[in-house]
Design a protein around this ligand. Structure first.
Ligand SMILES: *Cc1c(COP(=O)(O)O)cnc(C)c1O
Length: 447
């Protein structure tokens, strides 16, 4: 019941009534690997990366696409993007660790921290990556750590809060006066001044205004403010920049009534502004950096789930599936909408309107409200679309349900499991039982 052309944008189509992703029957995958199952489409990750990279590179000579690791930090996804030549935006030492393990060299990693500890700063210094700070108090701490360990001062950037943000939910707006991120206009000059006095010589400037933005005018408003602030820094301090980073936030069409944001228009907007400002401020040609997460990873994964229960309580229909907010939390956390479709397209006239719910002992465990399905039976499979960003990476073992498996598909290659389904034994991991509470033989041996 979802528009076929919209599905095509995501490399999905019904063939002989069966939903396919690329050349792969999804029912076959669900049967082979079990559910819930995240299916990652390698071709689409590469396609999204290449699209955005080419559009920007065709318009500007020095472009860096920093993939936002937190959207999907699976090692195979990172390997694919490393092969493509991507840079990364890491938000924790753990993400720096994963990207290094995935072959990203230091010069392609930037960490945008928030509430850094000294240990995290030291880890960033030890790994020789670019550092993006968002508190003035951290400059001296960073400088001191460099001094202590006799390390070279890193390329230093500040996250500017342009006082204007946007996003698909309040929690995803990351700029504005009441938001914890970034440094405000009056303090930005001070930050760069202190940094210069501390001996830092290579600089970047950064902003990230929110997530899930489909409206170009939001980017435009923030961009104007960002450059107004940079202008005052340049006039005051005679500084040049290695890079200017405009953050992520590009939304994707989660509903079949929505259209993608035009990357061409977004690039035109950013680059014409960048070129004008660099020329009039004599900034030369800094790297242009953007940090898409969702745009690259979201549409490239779907979550397959099996129907356990179809229930009509007299007031409402419920479709109970084997995925819940333990598997995909976005609908519950942000009220996000994900299209949910049956893997089998039936031409039946009968249809039901139902809430799609998970297995958790939580009445809020609803993945889709008032969804329309034609003929559906228990043990049928559903696909929850656009689950690649902030899907697995936000999943949990709540209710002691082991996390799901992930499988990678790609045209011309055999399907391959890229994350095993967790087991009950994994639920025991890292737990320590005091001797006085131990069962003879140990918990793990007790039947
Ligand atoms: C989360 C994040 C991003 C990516 O946001 P998307 O909406 O997924 O594109 C980029 N930069 C920073 C600093 C972030 O925290």
């Amino acid at each position: 019941m979802v528009n076929d052309n919209w599905l095509k944008l995501k490399d999905l189509e019904y063939r002989n009534q069966q939903l396919y992703c690329g050349d792969q029957s999804l029912t076959e995958l669900a049967q082979t690997y079990g559910t819930p199952l995240y299916v990652v489409n390698e071709d689409l990750i590469r396609k999204r990366y290449r699209t955005i990279h080419n559009i920007f590179s065709n318009r500007y000579s020095k472009v860096r696409i920093h993939y936002a690791v937190k959207s999907n930090s699976n090692l195979s996804v990172l390997r694919i993007l490393e092969e493509e030549g991507a840079y990364v935006d890491a938000v924790s030492s753990g993400e720096v660790f994963l990207t290094k393990k995935s072959g990203f060299t230091s010069d392609r990693i930037m960490q945008t921290g928030n509430n850094w500890t000294d240990e995290e700063m030291q880890y960033a210094l030890d790994n020789n990556i670019m550092i993006n700070l968002d508190a003035i108090s951290h400059i001296h701490r960073l400088k001191k750590l460099c001094g202590n360990s006799n390390q070279q001062l890193p390329i230093l950037s500040f996250r500017i809060n342009p006082e204007f943000g946007d996003g698909h939910h309040d929690h995803c707006i990351t700029a504005g006066k009441t938001i914890k991120f970034g440094i405000f206009e009056p303090q930005v000059i001070e930050a760069f001044k202190i940094a210069k006095e501390c001996g830092f010589t290579q600089f970047g400037a950064h902003m990230h205004i929110g997530s899930g933005i489909l409206n170009i005018t939001s980017f435009k408003k923030a961009l104007d403010k960002y450059f107004q602030i940079i202008r005052s820094v340049v006039e005051e301090l005679d500084i040049t920049f290695e890079f200017l980073d405009f953050g992520g936030g590009i939304g994707i069409p989660y509903r079949d009534s929505e259209n993608p944001l035009s990357i061409e228009k977004y690039a035109d907007l950013l680059i014409s502004k960048l070129q004008y400002e660099c020329e009039t401020m004599n900034l030369g040609t800094p790297y242009l950096a953007i940090e898409p997460g969702r745009y690259i990873s979201s549409e490239a994964s779907i979550l397959l789930s099996q129907v356990n229960t179809i229930k009509n309580n007299g007031f409402r229909h419920f479709i109970g599936i084997d995925a819940g907010f333990n598997t995909l939390i976005r609908p519950v956390l942000y009220g996000s909408y994900h299209e949910i479709v049956s893997l089998l397209k039936t031409e039946s006239d009968e249809s039901i309107i139902a809430d799609v719910v998970g297995q958790l002992c939580e009445s809020g465990d609803v993945l889709g409200k008032d969804r329309k399905f034609s003929h559906l039976e228990e043990r049928d499979y559903l696909a929850i679309l656009d689950a690649g960003a902030y899907g697995f990476s936000m999943s949990s073992t709540y209710n002691s349900r082991p996390r799901s498996a992930e499988v990678l598909i790609s045209r011309g290659h055999a399907n391959i499991l890229i994350r095993e389904r967790e087991s009950f034994d994994d639920l025991l991991l890292h737990q320590i039982i005091p001797d006085r509470l131990k069962i003879a033989g140990g918990v793990e041996n007790h039947d």
